[in-house]
Write a protein that binds this ligand. Structure first.
Ligand code: ADP
Ligand code: ZN
Ligand code: ZN
Length: 744
């Protein structure tokens, strides 16, 4: 008898062998199975069969039950998931963790439980109504069931005025019974996708915009590429009409009966995007994001895998959605850091999107005003089509050029310089909105004693506690520790406690004082906790003019604020002199995103960037020549210094309550790496992580750097085999990050 191979969500990078369930036909690959594992039961996925196991027969256990009659994934999609597991050196079970909705992982049926229906018994079918003369209501009920084509649910019958007692009375007389339901749901039946017969013929629910000449050109090129693998970068300034291109391209696919996957950074923050897609099409658009309930996610997943959802609009994990009729993938804001998963299976959804498009032989469109250097290099080298949208569709609307405002030796009022405030006065007086971006929440990032220099630090991390005013507390943003605000300095007792630096709460205070009659609408994680908060704030923004919109990144992403004419970044300096090779790229992207918020309609915009380094040549280049010019320079720099995208990286990280434990393991790992390193990879470390102590644990990292991918992955695989056997590794929490993005 063959054995079945099962993928289970365990840290072990292998499949597990089981005897098939006794008395049942062998399961298809892609069916869920319940198996004993240690002293518990787990749900896994059947990945294949083998004739014999490495284990002795008496150690092999039997699978308990199959949960599906048909596979949840096509062979094709499983190949994709297998590739993901092997590229990221992760167990298949871990990939399934990301690819399967939680309810399916927990063993729930793919289909929602059906409500049982009442049907006539043989006796009930032939009994004349006259026999129920003494109970006219019961007779009516019997009549209803005798004349209706289908059995009816209890809910439907109750809605027509029949009580449970009446149903039970007929049941006792053996006239009606509850229908028996199949205990196991039918699988999905991938080959015969149910078509929604009620769909209107026309795909379009509204008339699309007439494309500008520039958009038309792009559209023509993209249309020719449908049906084959062809990656394209659509580089277009914010508001240049990229989304309109997506919509019109999607329209063509929907007309051909295909499905489209659209990845976007943070759906919860951009309800407008979803609305725009829903408004355009007479087809089902489903969204997938982290704020969904498990049930909502399962529903969306099911309609995608059954081919009923025409468009799936989702955040990074939507890349794993099975889509049998997939014809196009779009990644919007493809440079956004949220496409990289930072724990567990550390995948980059944009990279996986390109891979999936290749496997499916379909086009992929990457859109951004500020493409990632990884994408830009492919466009530059001709591996990707490189398409531009340089203008905004509305006549005469120019994308404003950011202006650097030197704040060296200037007095700052809660982060605002005098010239900035004067500019704000002007825009507010003209009844417009001003957008202020400040990437720090709380009142102040540091609380300091002016008497003795004491600083409120976190007990568990090498970090400072952020001072929050509302509610008043000290809060560590790295480990979430919170403490009451001290009333006096814990060190010298009589020194004065003062804020150092500016967070959004403090900026708000300053603005309210200066502009008592103008609403200040704050958007950050403290003031916007859920979709309702966000909807309320967006509604307020749409209504109030003049107004000041103040917030963190949340404010710079994807929104359309037609009344903003001045956009400002309070401080551009964070990324300028960081040791992280990506810092400048990120700063440039942020500045351009901020600039993109200003002057979107008929009104001309202004963009002011405060900095202590206004003579930095990179900042100057960005402001005068634009993102692409700077990005190409940064690419040159990366090439000279041998960093990605001109090199490949893998990072091992480890953490434990004691430094010695982490240190011991990382030294052994580095020793192994050095001994095995026959292909002359550069090995960096081990070194303490940028924040060595975090949440009461010590963190270290070890970076592998290679000119080519293959030797890097070979060494990684060898090191993983070693780690899995090493007793030291069992005492330490360690992880592997392929293509890490946060290095220092
Ligand atoms: P992006 O996705 O590049 O930010 P959008 O597609 O959202 O740009 O377009 C920005 C604004 O311009 C939107 O209000 C949109 O309705 C409008 N727009 C886009 N294309 C056209 C067009 N061809 N004609 C008129 N308005 C357009
Ligand atoms: Zn003090
Ligand atoms: Zn902390």
């Amino acid at each position: 008898m063959p054995l079945i191979q099962v993928a289970l969500a365990t840290p072990l990078r292998r499949l597990f062998d089981y005897w098939p369930v006794a008395g049942e036909p062998l399961p298809a690959v892609g069916v869920r199975v319940k198996v004993p594992f240690g002293n518990r039961q787990m749900i896994g996925l059947v990945m294949g069969q083998v004739a014999a196991s490495d284990l002795p027969n008496n150690r092999i256990k039997a699978a308990l039950a199959y949960l599906d009659t048909k596979p949840l994934f096509t062979q094709h999609h499983l190949d994709f998931l297998r590739w993901v597991a092997s590229y990221y050196h992760q167990p298949m079970g871990e990939v399934l963790q990301a690819a399967l909705p939680a309810l399916l992982r927990q063993g729930q049926n793919l289909h929602p439980p059906q409500e049982p229906r009442w049907e006539l018994t043989e006796l009930g079918k032939t009994t004349p109504l006259s026999e129920l003369q003494r109970a006219p209501r019961q007779a009516n009920l019997l009549k209803l069931l005798q004349t209706s084509a289908q059995p009816k649910t209890q809910k439907a019958l109750q809605a027509e005025g029949y009580s449970l007692a009446m149903l039970q009375a007929l049941q006792t007389k053996n006239l009606i019974a509850l229908q028996k339901l199949a205990t196991k749901t039918q699988g999905i039946g991938l080959p015969q996708l149910p078509l929604d017969e009620h769909l209107p013929k026309s795909v379009l629910a509204e008339v699309p915009l007439t494309l500008t000449a520039e958009q038309q050109q792009v559209m023509q090129i993209l249309t020719k590429k449908l049906g084959t693998f062809s990656p394209a970068l659509l580089q277009g300034v914010t508001g240049s009409g990229k989304t309109e291109i997506y919509l019109q391209l999607i329209q063509q696919l929907l007309e051909a009966g295909q499905q489209v996957l659209v990845l976007i950074p943070e759906i919860g923050l951009t309800p407008q995007t979803l609305k725009r897609f829903e408004q355009r099409f007479n087809r089902r658009v489903v969204s997938m994001h982290s704020a969904m309930t498990d049930k909502e996610r399962l529903d969306a997943w099911r309609s995608a895998m059954q081919g009923r959802a025409a468009v799936v609009l989702g955040t990074r994990s939507a890349i794993f959605t099975p889509l049998p009729k997939l014809g196009l993938i779009i990644v919007d804001e493809e440079h956004d850091t949220s496409f990289k998963q930072q724990d567990g299976l550390r995948y980059q959804a944009r990279d996986l999107a390109v891979l999936r498009a290749k496997q499916e032989n379909i086009p992929i469109l990457l859109g951004s005003a500020t493409p990632a250097l990884e994408t830009l290099v492919k466009a530059k080298d001709g591996a990707y089509l490189w398409l531009h949208l340089r203008q905004r569709p509305a006549q005469g609307v120019k994308v404003p050029e950011p202006k650097l405002l030197d704040i060296r030796n200037r007095k700052l009022f809660g982060g605002f310089s005098e010239p900035l405030l004067l500019a704000m006065d002007k825009h507010l007086k003209a009844d417009n909105q001003v957008l202020v971006l400040l990437n720090r929440r709380g009142f102040a990032p540091v609380l300091m004693c002016t008497g003795c220099g004491w600083i409120a630090g976190c007990l568990h991390c090498d970090s400072r506690m952020t001072w929050h005013k509302e509610p008043p507390k000290l809060h560590c943003h790295h480990c979430d520790q919170q403490q009451p605000l001290p009333t006096s300095c814990p060190q010298c007792v009589d020194g004065e406690l003062k804020p150092l630096g500016v967070g959004t709460e403090r900026a708000e205070e300053v603005l309210l004082e200066r502009y008592p009659d103008i609403p200040v609408i704050r958007l950050d994680r403290d003031s916007v906790r859920n979709r309702n908060d966000l909807a309320a704030k967006l509604e307020q923004i749409a209504r109030q003019r003049p107004a000041i919109l103040l917030g963190t990144q949340m404010l710079a992403k994807g929104h359309h604020f037609p009344d903003v004419t001045l956009a400002t970044l309070l401080n551009a300096d964070h990324g300028l002199y960081s040791s992280d090779p990506r810092a400048m790229e990120r700063t440039a992207q942020l500045i351009i995103q901020v600039a993109g918020r200003a002057g979107r309609e008929e009104k001309p915009g202004e963009v002011i960037i405060q900095t202590h380094h206004s003579d930095d040549p990179r900042l100057e280049k960005l402001c005068i020549e634009g993102y692409e010019a700077l990005a190409l320079d940064l690419l040159d720099e990366r090439q000279k210094t041998n960093w990605p995208p001109y090199a490949y990286l893998a990072m091992f990280r480890a953490e434990a309550p004691k430094t010695e434990q982490v240190d011991a393991l990382m030294r052994l790992l580095a020793g192994q790496a050095n001994a095995l390193n026959q292909e002359h990879l550069t090995l960096l470390g081990p070194v303490p992580a940028p924040m060595e102590r975090r949440q009461g644990r010590y963190h270290m990292q070890f970076l592998l750097h290679a000119k080519k991918r293959a030797p890097l992955h070979r060494l990684v695989a060898q090191l993983l085999s070693w780690l899995e056997k090493s007793p030291e590794a069992r005492r330490v929490r360690w992880s592997l990050d392929i293509d890490p993005e946060d290095l220092f």
